[in-house]
Design a binder for this molecule. Structure first.
Ligand SMILES: Nc1ncnc2c1ncn2[C@@H]1O[C@H](COP(=O)(O)OP(=O)(O)OP(=O)(O)O)[C@@H](O)[C@H]1O
Ligand SMILES: [Mg+2]
Length: 233
């Protein structure tokens, strides 16, 4: 029995591009405890998004171990991976990834419908509405993404990521497409949710000020991940 919400040991990821085999993630070992916020920084192309994809079970490691909440992912089939994901993980993308033809409420509700137990649709909608209210969008439930500002779309993305009360949030430069002020508001919201619900978070960011708010910081460099110490500002 492990006390980690996410852990890897000697994890590797190889991808093929044409005839070339690329070694994207190299011998990665770390663990994240429940409620812990860990930032990942590092240059473009170093492997940060690839790490997030492996932790989400959306990309399969080609070697080593990956565990989520005590379940080892290596031997699971796609259906089993999907179950581990929806029981434990919320994902927040840089480009929001909202479905354009669905309202804010429908986009958030969809995350719960995919989790498909036999929850009545009225309850699903109530939970989705509550999540949207908690990110300040109670008055935007019926808006399509195209009728929302970038910051509002990201807040819909946040509501969708947290509505299932995940134990682990995976966030990939969640404010990369927002202006500074909007980004600061979105980040405050993200942190207040994570801290209040004791949700662990793997937060990819280029923003060192943001990384400082994490409990720990790791740096990705050419596919290698190392914990770093932040110099106090
Ligand atoms: N599907 C793929 N096939 C082959 N190579 C890939 C694939 N996806 C990513 N890569 C390569 O893997 C490396 C790591 O990419 P990744 O997207 O993880 O970087 P990143 O650290 O997230 O960069 P950024 O900060 O720009 O988002 C890059 O060299 C990229 O070209
Ligand atoms: Mg990336």
């Amino acid at each position: 029995m492990t006390n980690s919400i996410a852990d890897t040991a000697g994890m590797n990821l190889h991808l093929t591009s044409g005839k070339a085999q690329l070694h994207i993630l190299k011998d990665i070992t770390f663990d994240i405890k429940p409620g812990e916020v860990v930032a990942v920084v590092g240059p473009s192309g170093s492997g940060k998004t690839s790490l997030l994809m492996v932790m989400a079970g959306l990309e399969r490691a080609t070697g080593g171990k990956v565990g989520i909440a005590g379940t080892v992912l290596d031997q699971l089939n796609e259906d089993q991976l999907a179950i581990v994901r929806r029981k434990n993980i919320g994902i927040l993308f840089q480009n929001f990834h909202l479905i354009p033809s669905m309202t804010a409420l429908e986009n958030v509700a969809l995350a719960l419908e995919i989790a498909a137990d036999d929850t009545p649709i009225a309850d699903i909608k109530a939970q989705a509405a509550a999540a949207l209210k908690s990110v300040g969008l109670g008055a935007r439930l019926d808006h399509l993404p195209s009728a929302l500002s970038g910051g509002e779309q990201q807040r819909v993305g946040l509501a969708r990521a947290i509505v299932g009360q995940p134990k682990l949030l995976l966030a990939d430069e969640p404010t990369g497409n927002l202006d500074q002020e909007t980004a600061a508001t979105a980040i405050d919201l993200l942190f207040s949710h994570a801290r209040a619900d004791k949700t662990a978070m793997l937060l990819i960011t280029h923003d060192m000020a943001l990384a400082r708010r994490a409990d720990r910081v790791m740096r990705m460099d050419h596919g290698t991940l190392q914990e770093i110490t932040m110099v106090p500002s």
